[in-house]
Design a protein around this ligand. Structure first.
Ligand code: GAF
Length: 383
């Protein structure tokens, strides 16, 4: 896609771009809604990427164009970028420029042409990919020298403040830092990372992504409500973040919350989910990837019953996959729609896929999009 985006830039702006960059979407293997609780996550990068051809400008103007969106070039003045004022796709790249400048980095303008293969609204981080690809391009072109984790932080700030979605740090870090063939074990408190080899094909297994086609959006209220609920739970327990509640002390912590049913549910999810991430890391390191199946299933139950962010389509994927022999399955990402993942023996993939498709048809749901996910590279310069 790099060549196409390079050519698209030249056609649009009448000159070749200074460079072309790509940044992937992600799938989260385990560790959901733990990132804004200072906890653990374990995403890996998808082969689906946002690609950006970019050149610098010196006149305080940002020109943005997307091959995926109808409409022409959007021209913005850097001095006029104001958080919370843009409700369209341009808020993501513009938000990154705003965040870089707000942090004191000398970005004086850019021409940008983008195209993305990351499905939008599918819980696969299409917006983080857009943010990270622009951040990496500007970091290179303006020689800012920012490390990947810092670029991820700036992209998160763009999303939280400029776009107005109160998301955590997982998606941007995944897009910026993942490595091919690996899942990223990330501690969202200090952003320390470990690349965990994750090659299911070598073990005769596959990981499917099932996009339910139910669109979700984080700027809508439910994500923010869960986040606020977790913060309230932490305050009730007298800790900085739910990460600080040790798994071994969970029962005692829940007892202290008494009949505050909502706090009990949210705290239980986050604390057990952190434990599940550590369990998956341990199993993968022990060379026992099949054993992660039940951990994924427990994660789904917790998101469905305690965190309450699943939906009938996601539950149907999980139930159908498990009933037809999958090793594990769970919703992935922010919830309220989007995608589920299914871990299956290679030999069972066709049966499971067909069963899910038939179950969706029988329920009268829109046909899901199913594809195999293999851990791909993180953000990089293409040319
Ligand atoms: C979304 C958010 F953007 C992430 O920060 C994370 O909270 C995730 O939902 C849930 O794990 O993708």
């Amino acid at each position: 896609m790099g060549e196409q985006v390079r050519d698209g830039f030249a056609e649009l702006y009448g000159t070749a771009p200074e460079g072309v960059w790509s940044a992937p979407g992600r799938v989260n293997l385990i560790g959901e809604h733990t990132d804004y609780n200072d906890g653990f996550v374990m995403p890996f990068a998808l082969p689906h990427t946002a690609v950006a051809a970019v050149s610098r400008r010196a006149d305080g103007v940002l020109r943005l164009h997307s091959a995926d969106v109808d409409g022409g070039v959007v021209e913005l003045r850097l001095d006029d970028l104001v958080p919370g004022t843009d409700r369209t796709w341009t808020a993501y790249p513009a938000g990154v420029v705003w965040a870089l400048r707000e942090a004191g980095h000398p970005v004086t303008g850019a021409d940008v042409h983008l195209a993305s293969t990351v499905p939008a609204g599918a819980g696969l981080s299409s917006s983080a990919a857009l943010e990270v690809v622009v951040a990496l391009a500007l970091n290179d072109l303006y020689e800012l020298g920012l490390p990947r984790w810092k670029l991820a932080r700036l992209c998160q700030r763009a999303e939280n403040v400029y776009v107005g979605a109160p998301t955590g740090i997982m998606d941007q870090t995944a897009s910026a830092c993942c490595e091919e063939g690996h899942a990223l074990f990330l501690d969202t408190r200090d952003l320390s990372q470990r690349q965990i080899p994750f090659d299911l094909a070598a073990e005769g297994m596959r990981l499917l992504v099932v996009d339910t086609r139910v669109k979700h959006s984080h700027s809508e209220g439910e994500y923010g409500k869960r986040r606020a609920g977790c913060e309230r739970g932490a305050a009730l327990l007298g800790v900085d973040a739910l990460r600080d509640v040790p798994y071994g002390e969970l029962d005692a912590a829940l007892a202290r919350l008494g009949d505050d049913e909502e706090a009990v549910r949210l705290v239980r999810h986050v604390v057990t989910e952190d434990e599940r991430v550590e369990k998956v890391v341990e199993l993968l390191r022990a060379g026992d990837p099949r054993a992660i199946g039940p951990v994924l299933v427990a994660g789904h139950a917790s998101l469905r019953d305690d965190f309450r962010i699943s939906c009938p389509e996601l539950d149907l994927v999980v139930d159908t996959a498990l009933a037809t022999g999958a090793l594990g399955a769970r919703m992935t990402g922010g919830g309220f729609g989007g995608s589920a993942i299914v871990l299956a023996e290679a030999a069972d993939v066709d049966t499971v896929t067909k069963a899910v498709q038939e179950a969706f048809a029988a329920a009268g749901f829109t046909a899901p999009r199913v594809f195999e996910a293999v851990p791909a590279a993180g953000a990089r310069r293409l040319s």
